[in-house]
Design a binder for this molecule. Sequence first.
Ligand SMILES: NC(=O)C1=CN([C@@H]2O[C@H](COP(=O)(O)OP(=O)(O)OC[C@H]3O[C@@H](n4cnc5c(N)ncnc54)[C@H](O)[C@@H]3O)[C@@H](O)[C@H]2O)C=CC1
Ligand SMILES: O=C(CO)COP(=O)(O)O
Length: 375
Amino acid sequence: MKPKVQPGKRVAVLGAGSWGTTFAKILADGGADVMLWARRPELAREISEGRRNSDYLPGINLPVGLRATSRLDLALLGAEQVFVSVPSQSLRENLIQAQPYISEDAIVVSLMKGVERSSGMRMSTVIEQVLQIDPARIAAISGPNLALEIAKEQPTAAVVSSASLETAQAVAVLATTRYFRSYVNTDVIGTEFGGVLKNLIALAIGIVDGVGYGENTKAAIITRGLVEMTDFSVAYGAHPETLAGLAGLGDLIATCQSPLSRNNTAGRLLGQGYSYNDVVKQMQQTTEGLASVGPILELARARGVEMPIVEQVRQVLAGTLKPRDLAPHLTTDSDEPQGERTTDDGQAHGGAALWGAVKRTFDQLRHSGRGPGGN
Ligand SMILES: NC(=O)C1=CN([C@@H]2O[C@H](COP(=O)(O)OP(=O)(O)OC[C@H]3O[C@@H](n4cnc5c(N)ncnc54)[C@H](O)[C@@H]3O)[C@@H](O)[C@H]2O)C=CC1
Ligand SMILES: O=C(CO)COP(=O)(O)O
């Protein structure tokens, strides 16, 4: 394959699970000189010597040029771009360990789709806080990107987002290959929240699938779920178009439709009657949605955003709502007919939207736009 970038451009990928390894393959196939960091030395050896990551990507041959190490100093040596793909809850501790080896002008890119449970922070803001770097050097990538499909070189796309368009473009140049196309935007909030929120809707889809409900129920949840995703993200400063793009609707479709999705799978097990603890035990891989439900609902409350589907997912996880009772209600506390669009609510629901907008503006002023999920 013809390299797209100057051979020898050093990049590091931290995290050798399914997405980190797949992304390392994308970068290597695109022509970059990639060093992948795996926590376990035996996994680093399997990747470097056997060109396999059999636990996470069974049957996939990795590119010859892709090297792996369990030493952070070696992984990060000379890396111009650092891609991070560890579970969201371990990002902070991993960054603290990596910090001494990250070069001063490196771009740091989040591949993750969670929020930090303890703080509600998005991954790029954890990166900014821990590494104390300019947001212009930080990017986030999101889109319909089920790892195993991409590892099999089935074509797809993603969006690279950064406060600096130049940074987003520099990352997109490296993160592009025959089967993977990177677009760019500067809406980091919308791009990251899109990835986080679609996991919660995929849990809901899995739940109703596990119950045995059909396509109408799922289509209604996907559609109303997108409204929740958009309302929430816009309340935190995102552009609504981002949620209609690859990082929103695109990823929502992929995750809600695919049995490869861990969030969808976890939901299905809940819908089949397994308890939360049983599901956690059965999930071998990172299931970000399970940890994101609580912090997202707290953030929603702080900005007066209604998220009835996500709230019902929380209740199913807590065992207080039967999976078969999860329904795509517009609100959890009213049976009154309501407008489908938020802007219809003014006529159909006694000025609820107007009141929501006023309350949101008031809250934003109160928090000076510096809430944990905001800019
Ligand atoms: N798998 C996928 O299709 C995609 C995943 N993502 C996101 O990528 C992120 C990583 O997910 P996956 O690679 O899928 O998860 P995974 O479960 O396949 O792999 C996670 C990796 O992190 C390692 N790990 C676990 N605890 C750790 C710790 N405390 N410190 C360092 N490493 C640790 C594991 O050993 C494993 O190598 C998540 O935020 C996920 O939402 C994004 C797009 C696609
Ligand atoms: O983000 C993903 C696809 O874009 C992967 O989804 P899961 O984490 O649910 O497997």
